[in-house]
Design a protein around this ligand. Structure first.
Ligand code: MV4
Length: 665
């Protein structure tokens, strides 16, 4: 076994690999970019090597720097995690050439699976079932049309050079084939520089079921059951589970043996995943093989009781597989939900910001949180905005799903927008509970999943106001006051000849509430308009215990700047104090500058300073989260100037443009 391992990755997977390495007594070396100088994976590793500026292409993707770091620190092996260099055959070869073990499959296996169409041809020769279709080199439209007619409609046109859902087009009848083919070829040529097509029978409600395989260097290969990853959005997995609902032992063995057969076809070693499309009639077809440890591997670990990173390290060091096929037993059911800083209500726009408040659910034998961030960390613009993977297990799917819903309800994150509410809606949607899974699930149940939580504003605002009031008092707790009885130290709003009343103006969901809180001696009467509520409250640390008419509940207040989120049993309520009206223009850009929606880089200024512009006219382009954002004029007016030049980094909220509306005085 290795004595020192370098992890060529960052975030949760780097932390996860380090955890297993430590447990095995293996010293660990992390690599980090400027943006990750204080990251959790750097803190967890025994050593760490700086490898470059934040952009991955200038740091984590520079194989030679990673290898040099391993050589400089005496690491005998490199674990690539997933993404980055994990499926880069050239990097695997470079490790080998440097005398360093690449914890993964042979470079030849990575190459073999790198091209989707070549992979299909290899699998076809190995007797692995493919979706009925035409994968030939003859691209004569008449040949493609005949193949479609022979297999029957609907068919799916797939760009040979495509993948991950890109370059696919459904054709529902012979009459529309020619036009669809021409369009698909044009799109493929534009996207991939290659217009070759394959034609497949279109499976209208398939499931994405993938099999975890493991092969050692002694010719042994096993499968560790399957995972259902059908719930995807734009080909990104959202929630994964193991085992696949409705799987029978017979079908599991059939798919497992086929997956191992696929691995053997390319002399595989290490952890691999064979992805299948599972049709409604139980037939299954090879889709692709991933030559890395998958993001969702923890659900397999939870039902098999195996540590797949330990298996990887043992196999990479030449050991035999820890278990034979008959030794692998399954117990219970597991789910994984990917917690992201993204705005589900805004087409999942990636979000950035500081994790000013981060309170994951408590971990136990039932709940596991794999994360690479801590409270106070920044969600960077340079990398995938994953906050954590929430993994749950229990003895049945129903109980595991209940745990998932509870754990999501307890996941408290303040400072950036997240997809937690979206995941909660998904996990509690009746069709999901009924395991009515197929790759179209999210699209089909949009209304169920994308609804905003019914907010009981009237019931929650009084609690929010009280939480704020107590929070404020905590903030002004007297410093080492010499006289504990001084009236200045009292916080019960006592006033001479006046009721003990406190006033708060809070804004919640664009509504303003003028709240008065009267201290009654053992409780508060909260006046909200013509409603009043008597609330008993206790503050223990950052946990508030409320009681209203005998109903008691706990809440946690997250303060991020002058914004607040009160997390209650039934959900969260966001609010802030209404700023006093100082007569200044608001910062929404109606006057003064326009602010950056998130951290990013200025790409291009589209107008000259001093230019008169129309409302909606594009003024500049910035890049963030690998996406371009156009900043537009909020009204007709004049651009007096820009505060940043192309290439400059800007923080979220920074004013970018000095804009003067047309009708301003
Ligand atoms: C299909 C299909 C239906 N019929 N092939 C999407 C990306 C790539 N992995 C293959 N994909 C599909 N191929 C045939 N003949 C439906 C999909 C598909 C899909 C597959 C797995 C997971 C999610 C998906 C989402 C949309 C479409």
């Amino acid at each position: 076994m290795f004595s020192k391992l370098l992890i060529a990755n960052r975030g949760e997977i780097a932390c996860r690999v380090i955890k297993t390495a430590k447990r095995l007594g293996i010293a660990t070396v992390a690599v980090y970019s400027d943006a990750d100088r204080d990251a959790l994976h750097v803190q967890l590793a025994d050593e760490a090597v700086h490898i470059g500026p934040p952009p991955a292409r200038e740091s984590y993707l520079l194989g030679e720097r990673v290898i040099q770091a391993a050589l400089d620190t005496g690491a005998e092996a490199i674990h690539p995690g997933y993404g980055f260099l994990s499926e880069n055959a050239g990097f695997a070869r470079a490790c080998e050439a440097a005398g360093i073990v690449f914890v993964g499959p042979p470079a030849s296996a990575i190459d073999a699976m790198g091209s989707k169409s070549a992979a299909k041809q290899i699998m076809e020769q190995a007797g692995v079932p493919l979706v009925p279709g035409y994968h030939g080199d003859d691209q004569n439209p008449a040949v493609l049309k005949k193949a479609a007619d022979d297999m029957g409609y609907p068919v799916l046109l797939k760009a040979t050079a495509g993948g991950g859902g890109k370059g696919m087009r459904q054709v529902w009848s012979a009459g529309e084939f020619d036009e669809a083919l021409a369009a698909a070829q044009r799109e493929s040529l534009a996207a991939f520089g290659d217009d070759r097509m394959l034609v497949e029978k279109y499976l209208t409600k398939p499931r994405h079921v993938e099999v975890q395989v493991f092969c050692d260097s002694h010719g042994e290969g096993v499968y560790l059951a399957e995972r259902d990853c059908s719930v995807q959005r734009r080909h990104q997995k959202v929630i994964e589970e193991a085992p696949a609902p409705g799987m029978t032992p017979g079908l599991r063995q059939q798919m497992g043996d086929t997956a191992v057969q696929a691995a053997r076809a390319i002399d595989y070693a290490g952890a691999g995943t064979v992805e299948f499309l599972l049709d409604e009639d139980g037939s299954f077809y090879f889709m692709e093989m991933n030559t890395r440890l998958q993001v969702e591997h923890p659900v397999t670990e939870m039902i098999t009781g195996q540590d797949l990173v330990e298996w990887q390290l043992r196999v990479a060091s030449g050991q035999a597989l820890p278990l034979t096929q008959r030794d692998i037993t399954l117990k219970g059911h597991a789910f994984e939900a990917r917690i992201y800083a993204e705005d589900a209500a805004n087409d999942f726009l990636p979000a950035t910001g500081t994790l000013a408040f981060l309170q994951p659910p408590e971990e136990s034998e039932f709940v596991r949180v794999d994360t690479g961030v801590r409270q106070g960390d920044e969600i960077s613009v340079y990398y995938d905005p994953m906050i954590a993977k929430l993994i749950v297990w229990d003895e049945s799917r129903e109980r595991a799903l209940q745990r998932l819903a509870s754990a999501l309800a307890e996941y408290r994150i303040g400072g950036t927008v997240t997809n937690v509410d979206f995941l909660y809606n998904l996990a509690t949607a009746q069709p999901f509970r009924a395991a009515e899974l197929d790759t179209g699930f999210i699209e089909r149940h949009r209304a169920l999943i994308f609804h905003a939580r019914e907010q009981d504003i009237a019931g929650e605002v009084p609690l929010a106001a009280l939480a704020l009031l107590l929070y404020r008092r905590q903030q002004v707790r007297p410093r080492a006051c010499l006289d504990p009885w001084t009236p200045w130290a009292s916080h019960n709003a006592w006033r001479l000849n006046e009721a003990h009343a406190q006033h708060l103006d809070i804004r919640c969901h664009d509504q303003d509430f003028a709240i008065t809180a009267d201290w009654l001696g053992d409780a508060w009467r909260i006046h909200n308009g013509n409603q009043s509520t008597v609330v008993k409250v206790q503050l223990e640390g950052d946990v508030l215990s409320f009681e209203v008419d005998g109903h008691r509940q706990r809440g946690t207040l997250a303060a991020t700047g002058d914004s607040f989120v009160l997390y209650l049993a039934g959900g969260a309520i966001s609010f802030n104090e209404v700023p006093p009206d100082t007569g200044e223009t608001d910062s929404s850009g109606a006057a003064g500058g326009l602010s950056a929606p998130m951290n990013g880089t200025i790409v291009n200024l589209l107008v000259e300073a001093g230019t008169a512009v129309e409302q909606g006219q594009a003024l500049l382009v910035m890049e963030a989260m690998k996406m371009e954002h156009t900043i537009r004029a909020p009204a007709a007016g004049t651009v007096d100037g820009f505060y940043y030049q192309p290439g400059e980094l800007v923080d979220g909220g920074a004013e970018l443009v000095n804009f003067v509306p047309k009708d301003s005085p």
